[in-house]
Design a protein around this ligand. Sequence first.
Ligand code: UDP
Length: 263
Amino acid sequence: MNRRRRIYEGKAKVLYEGPEPGTLIQHFKDDATAFNAKKHAVIEGKGVLNNRISEFLFERLEEIGVPTHFIKTLNMREQLVREVEIIPIEVVVRNVAAGSLATKLGLEEGMQLPRSIIEFYYKADELNDPMVSEEHITAFGWATPQELDEMMQLAIRINDFMVGLFLGIGIKLVDFKIEFGRHYENDHVNIILADEISPDSCRLWDTQTSDKLDKDRFRQDLGGLLEAYQEVARRLGVLNQNRPATGAGPVLVASNNPTGSPS
Ligand code: UDP
């Protein structure tokens, strides 16, 4: 397996050449990094959980008509995905103030935002992924106005869907980061969701206890990262490693928010 051609190695994943043209194998590593890789650790089992969680979320998103790169899971750590040209923009969607937004604007962490907010960051490690505006993105040609429009519409759909999905299992979706790619097929180019969605790239808080069930456990040295990711996987109904290709689905939990609206 290791003689496969490695196309790209990132902080938490490796991309290998796929079995057919136009496909890649996305391998989830156990590495955890933060602060642009200044902090690093290996947390055994994290890659397996992220593979499962991301697979589940991408499958559910496909079901509601969000095009994604996901084709199928190959094994505990690997997925077969469509090859795309990654758009060098991280799209962050926020529902609740936390992280860099709370710091930058002096907001109290946990404050419900007046509405969901989309932000863009230019993917450039050497520049620490600076925040950029739509103007920068189109002026420098990182994405066309049409592509940007499509990315924003998809980001809103993904957020609306995931807020509800997580609320149903007692988790508040505070914010998350997604990436898109151009998928070339015959004469068409489509914008599709790529990369991953996992507790590495989302902020997920227990609705009852406000416990952090995401990578902030690592960033803030809270400990218990693997247990938190396991809890997310368990509530999504994807913890059983030997389950058939489709999981039992999310486990509904009682909500302290009977209106069902994001709080
Ligand atoms: N995020 C990510 N990768 C990054 C930066 C951020 O997945 O390189 C996610 C992060 O986990 C959070 C959201 O994007 O869910 C917003 O992150 P923020 O801008 O607050 O940055 P941070 O505080 O993580 O530096």
